[in-house]
Design a protein around this ligand. Structure first.
Ligand code: HEC
Length: 556
């Protein structure tokens, strides 16, 4: 057993004066250390409500007993410990630097230049003055709901049953929580990586990389100005004054080897987050890696994002083909075809989509059947659509490159025909005219007509950077990922934290940013897919890429 570091006491002493407090946030300062083992136990307690013994954490809440994940501190105070404001409820920050000093109570104190700010929950809580906590008072707050000034805390704050050892562990954890910037951040720089999987075509790859690099260049050119502005704030380095550096992590070989490649890449170059990135096949190993390393994976362009309940670090614009499957199921629930054919080629994202659709449709009692067509020759296609009648429906999970081959066979006459916009390339889907006349696109984006204004901003930006429009979705998504990143980093200013980046995305995603390809972007706590709906659309004419809505906005 290692000796317990007396970090809490050290922090109290350090924070005794305002001048010393400023030193605590200086980015070079080290967080108080916990041994790895104690940190892992404390984190499990804080985030998941499991005691070191393996027993669930227990507490008395306003309406009864709470246990395990329901009682976990992170559920309310969030993984970063920075708290949150939900409507008129304020959950205060409980990261050590907030607790071990007096609560700020003047406006000037909660301004961004202050080492405790800027933080909304903290700022709004300032009407209730409070003296600094020490360890004993903190234990009292957690067990008995009495704050450092002796006032009773709101009943919403549970009263915990914690023995002395577990309370000590928790307080050591709070003392170091969000105390220093995350890895990949220095006073002058923030390092980012963008991940490209080997299946991605050269055009899409370059389209994404060009946008992200151009965005980084613009940011870096602008930071000189920011730095001058930031001088007004004593001791503060605005995060926008840091240079952003981009590292391209090009993965090679089969997905089973990607994790080792990522481990090696981050060993050579620690990064704060992954920004954008692109894959047309699986993204599973990347998400797993990010989760394990507590590394934000910020809006990559992927057709089939992994779904893993409870994962925190990866956020996506939408659920991709899985969202399409849900929209399809919704539409068919009223249309009630005799049966549904799910047609796909040899493609991992399409296979994932079919699986998602089968699960979803099965729940709704719709009979569906998968037809795999690896070789797109006439006999195979003829076979795939054999016997399809007017009361049937067909969903094509086909890639753009596969679509022209459909010209060899007539579309199944009378059947309802649907097409995945994500896989087919949206309105640019190279469908033969006879198919186009009959097909409906399942379209998980805002309709082109309605997103014109939002896209005008993106196009104008591309134009001033000298970037031709080569792939609207890829370029718009890459741009939007960068804009959202800049917005959130700007809000954080000095103390750039990974957990907080994601939490800020949860409470207000697109505050100032355009929505680009999407109708609305928002996340709530625990949500990881920002755009939640789509349309059924049809082509205006068999020879035109113009799209018309064939349904209202559908949120399945
Ligand atoms: C169900 C939501 C919820 C959970 C879970 C929760 N808290 Fe709280 N906590 C609150 C609320 C709300 C307040 C503010 C109460 C008030 O201002 O009267 C609060 C206040 C506090 C305070 C006082 C902060 C101050 O500045 O005086 C501390 C310390 C605290 N919580 C620690 C914890 C710890 C440690 C855990 C986990 C063991 C935890 N909380 C779990 C909701 C929660």
């Amino acid at each position: 057993m290692t000796a317990r570091p007396r970090v809490g006491v050290a922090v109290v002493a350090l924070l005794a004066t305002a001048a010393a407090a400023a030193a605590v946030v200086r980015v070079s300062s080290r967080p108080p250390s916990l041994t790895d083992r104690r940190r892992a136990l404390a984190e499990r307690l804080y985030r998941h409500g499991l005691l070191p013994s393996g027993q669930p954490l227990r507490a008395r809440g306003p309406t009864g007993e709470l246990a395990g994940a329901d009682a976990a501190c992170a559920r309310c105070h969030r993984p970063s410990g920075m708290g949150v404001v939900e409507g008129d409820r304020i959950i205060p920050p409980i990261a050590g630097r907030f607790l071990f000093q007096r609560r700020a109570d003047t406006v000037a104190e909660v301004e961004s230049r202050h080492p405790r700010g800027p933080d909304l929950a903290h700022a709004l809580g300032r009407q209730r003055a409070r003296v600094p906590y020490d360890r004993d008072r903190l234990v009292r707050a957690i067990r008995d709901g009495v704050d450092a000034s002796g006032r009773s805390l709101d009943a919403l704050m549970p009263r915990y049953a914690l023995d002395d050892g577990d309370a000590r562990l928790l307080i050591d954890y709070l003392a170091q929580l969000s105390a220093a910037p995350s890895a990949g951040v220095t006073p002058q720089t923030i390092d980012f990586a963008t991940v490209v999987t080997p299946d991605v075509g050269a055009v899409e790859r370059q389209a994404m990389l060009d946008v992200v690099s151009a965005f980084f260049d613009v940011h870096n050119a602008g930071r000189e100005l920011e730095r001058l502005r930031a001088r007004r704030y004593a001791g503060a380095t605005a995060s926008s004054a840091r240079a952003w550096r981009l590292h391209v992590w090009q993965l090679t070989g089969p997905p089973a080897t990607w994790d080792a490649q990522l481990v090696e890449a981050v060993r050579r170059q620690p990064v704060f987050a992954l920004v954008s990135g692109i894959s047309t096949q699986t993204w599973d190993p990347v998400q797993r890696f990010c989760e394990r390393r507590a590394l934000p994976c910020w809006f990559p362009i992927v057709d089939l994002p992994p779904f893993a309940e409870g994962d925190f670090y990866s956020v996506y614009f939408s659920e991709g083909v899985r969202l399409e499957a849900a929209i399809l199921a919704r539409v068919l629930a009223t249309q009630r075809p005799r049966r549904l054919l799910l047609v796909r080629g040899d493609d991992a994202a399409a296979a994932g989509a079919v699986q998602a659709a089968l699960e979803r449709l099965g729940r709704d009692g719709i009979v569906a059947e998968e037809r795999v067509v690896p070789s797109f020759d006439r006999p195979a296609l003829g076979g795939a659509f054999a016997g399809v009648g007017a009361t049937d429906a067909v969903m094509l999970w086909l890639r753009a490159r596969e679509l022209p081959r459909l010209g060899d066979v007539p579309p199944p006459s009378g059947a309802s025909l649907y097409l995945s916009a994500t896989l087919a390339g949206g309105e640019r889907a190279p469908l033969p005219p006879a198919w186009k006349a009959q097909a409906r696109l399942i379209y998980p984006f805002e309709l082109p007509e309605l997103r014109r204004a939002a896209m005008a901003r993106v196009r104008a930006w591309l134009q001033t950077r000298g970037l031709p429009l080569v792939d609207e979705r890829v370029q718009a998504d890459a741009y939007l990922a960068c804009v959202l990143l800049a917005e959130k980093l700007d809000e954080m200013r000095d103390l750039v934290q990974r957990d907080e980046l994601l939490e800020r995305a949860e409470v207000g995603l697109a505050m100032r940013a355009p929505t680009a390809m999407y109708r609305r972007l928002s996340l709530g706590p625990g949500q990881r897919f920002a755009s939640k709906g789509g349309y059924v659309a049809r082509f205006a004419a068999p020879t035109s890429p113009a799209l018309l809505g064939a349904s209202d906005w559908i949120v399945p």
